[in-house]
Design a protein around this ligand. Structure first.
Ligand code: HEC
Length: 90
């Protein structure tokens, strides 16, 4: 079984076309904020388009800035693909 909340890797960063650092920040934000009000919704359980829809609302809930929201979103999309063993090309 793969890690449900995978570490940001160079491969993920390359596939998403972002810095690994951005994915790592998104992961930290997700770990710190996204189980404060409800059980953690894991990246794998929600598809990327749905994440895109729900994140603005949840980012307001978690009081994330625009850039933090972007970091979490990109991480969740990368992690979703990683957990499902997909090619992450967007
Ligand atoms: C301040 C409380 C709060 C925080 C922090 C919060 N949420 Fe939520 N979340 C809610 C509430 C309340 C709902 C359900 C009702 C709604 O949509 O507002 C919800 C619903 C959701 C859903 C929809 C679940 C479904 O069944 O469709 C997802 C996905 C989600 N949250 C993810 C996140 C993520 C990711 C984060 C971190 C960025 C986060 N939440 C942070 C309160 C919060």
């Amino acid at each position: 079984m793969s890690d449900p909340i995978p570490e940001a890797t160079p491969e993920m960063a390359l596939e998403m076309g972002v810095e690994q650092e951005q994915l790592a920040r998104g992961r930290e934000m997700y770990l710190a904020n996204c189980n404060r009000c409800h059980n953690r919704v894991l990246p794998e359980t929600v598809d990327p388009e749905y994440w895109r829809g729900v994140m603005p609302h949840m980012a307001r809930n978690a009081e994330l800035s625009e850039s933090q929201q972007e970091d979490v979103l990109i991480y969740l999309m990368a992690a979703h693909g990683t957990v499902h063993g997909l090619n992450l090309e967007h």
